[in-house]
Design a protein around this ligand. Sequence first.
Ligand code: AP5
Length: 217
Amino acid sequence: MNIILLGPPGAGKGTQARRLVEERDMVQLSTGDMLRAARSSGTEMGKRVAAIMDAGELVTDEIVIGLIEERLTTDNAPGGFIFDGFPRTLAQADALGALLTRLGQELGTVIEMAVDDEALVARITARATCGDCGEVYNDITKPIPEDGKCLKCGGSDFRRRADDNEESLKKRLLEYYKKTSPLIGYYYAKDLLQTVDGLDSVEGVAAAIAKALKAAE
Ligand code: AP5
């Protein structure tokens, strides 16, 4: 089943997507990860998007739709695709619908991860990620192990994102409310929306997502 995880920055989309990949043979399509890979590879496109991302603004629809189209047409996803951080605008949502139809696929469900803004500031400013395998840590809820080695891959290259500061987060939140939150109504009207409590523990959110996936089967 193809699904969208929808929610503001720090809602826990990446954390839950990684679990679904491990547990259900799904493929995570995170436009944020794709854009970070592009910027670190130093391509022209990467250079163009770096400043936009650090400022907390949205990259153009054309670029992200192109990235998603490329992956959707080349990747094999036996358990379905998880769209994480995409779509983020109504134009992206329309483009995804058209793309899936063209490929003879459909969207199974859209899971909104509801959280409050104060929790997001605390989560985002405490986040660290393993640079080798992408495992997500949090200084408060899931600290980097004392031996300095990633629990998943043993790597020791932990990174903090340039946009994970209070100022960028405020901008990212503003972009979310202006451009992405209308998607909640968009998918509700298409009978695809389900909402889970993103403030619950990681385990609790995972259980609520499992229930939502069952309901959409
Ligand atoms: P992107 O990488 O997509 O960032 P985001 O949407 O801002 O989301 P985050 O990755 O910050 O948060 P998350 O929801 O994945 O939370 P996580 O699981 O890490 O986008 C970055 C930028 O790229 C954008 O600003 C934009 O410029 C550009 N971009 C990307 N896609 C685009 C698009 N489609 N169109 C245009 N531009 C685009 O969790 C956060 C923290 O909380 C972690 O520390 C984690 O351990 C912790 N945590 C998670 N769940 C819980 C829980 N239940 N309880 C306690 N702590 C938790």
